[in-house]
Design a protein around this ligand. Structure first.
Ligand code: GDP
Ligand code: MG
Ligand code: K
Length: 300
């Protein structure tokens, strides 16, 4: 029985910001587990990843929204629309910026999107470990001129600085509500999606070429074999033959390395042995094909 106990508060919080400002790092720091995929290269996180942060009297469900930026393809357009839709439905939004970089067109585009919804928006000034404290105030003034932020909180997602304050203030914005997920559940994402993202992550890390933005990974098959090993068959879609060559590498070396590194992470994630089989397929202009986008799970 609840008795004199505090009422339970819960809600959904979207994280938005330009690529590489630290959205995935923040979710990982809060959740304490590698569920959001990190990369030095932009736009690794395409789908929403729910990270669930639970305490005795509250629960925050984080949505790592795909990037809001000027769309250049059908996929880009889709991503922007779904991100803006998400913003309208959440209890609060965290707008992350990288304080070591100036306010740019990307930030302005996001701020315009934020103006379309009534959701309270926190300005989260990330990477404070990279600048002198005096540099913060002029930035705050600059951003305040563009938008009426509900809260402004400087943090370092990487060093874990001021995250406790962020969580405390954020919790005060949550309405009374149910515990949506069991307290020990940190993600409601299908394991398949996370596996596909891990493969993508490895490719992004291992290729220096212009491949990253034009790849997609689809898990075609995932099952537990009789010997207890989890079999995973995945297809890596690229747009051009030249990209296929790059992803495969000399005598298959790069693909082999991708498979090796991804398998290791997936084994940690699933807690069992994994046999990972990878194929590379050329699908010309897949970003503008509606059917394939649906097959890959990009749908609202
Ligand atoms: P996302 O694209 O917004 O999800 O950004 P990521 O979380 O993938 O982070 C991009 C890069 O910024 C990674 O190399 C992170 O380690 C780095 N990063 C994130 N937060 C911080 C921070 O607070 N301080 C510093 N110095 N680096 C950070
Ligand atoms: Mg990310
Ligand atoms: K990234």
């Amino acid at each position: 029985s609840k008795g004199s106990k505090q009422k339970y508060h819960s809600g959904f919080v979207a994280i938005v910001g330009r690529p590489n400002v630290g959205k995935s790092t923040l979710i990982n720091e809060v959740i304490g587990q590698k569920i959001a995929i990190m990369s030095d290269k932009p736009q690794t996180t395409r789908n929403k990843i729910h990270g669930v942060y639970s305490t005795d009297n509250s629960q925050i469900v984080f949505l790592d929204t795909p990037g809001i930026h000027k769309p250049t393809s059908k996929l880009g357009d889709f991503m922007v629309k779904s991100a803006v839709n998400t913003l309208g439905e959440v209890d609060a939004a965290l707008f992350l910026i990288d304080v070591s970089e100036g306010l740019g067109g990307g930030d302005r585009f996001i701020i315009e999107a934020l103006k379309k919804v009534n959701t309270p928006v926190f300005l989260i000034m990330n990477k404070i470990d990279k600048i002198e404290p005096e540099a913060l105030l002029p930035l705050i003034v600059q951003y305040k001129n563009l938008y009426d932020f509900a809260e402004i909180i400087p943090i370092s997602a990487l060093k874990g600085n001021n995250i406790d304050t962020l969580l405390k203030v954020l919790s005060s914005y949550l309405p009374e509500g149910p515990q949506y997920y069991p307290a020990d559940q940190v993600t409601d994402h299908p394991e398949q999606f996370v596996c596909a993202e891990l493969v993508r992550e490895k490719i992004l890390h291992l290729t220096r070429e212009e491949v990253p933005h034009s790849i997609a990974v689809a898990i075609e098959d995932m099952r537990v074999q009789e010997n207890g090993v989890v079999y995973i068959g995945a297809v890596i879609y690229v747009e051009r033959d030249s990209q296929k060559g790059i992803v495969i590498g000399k005598q298959g070396a790069l693909l082999k390395q991708v498979g090796k590194e991804a398998r290791r992470d997936i084994e940690t994630l699933l807690g069992s042995r994994v046999f990972l089989e990878l194929w590379v397929k050329v699908k010309k202009d897949w970003r503008n094909q509606d059917r394939l986008l649906k097959d890959l799970g990009y749908r609202n």
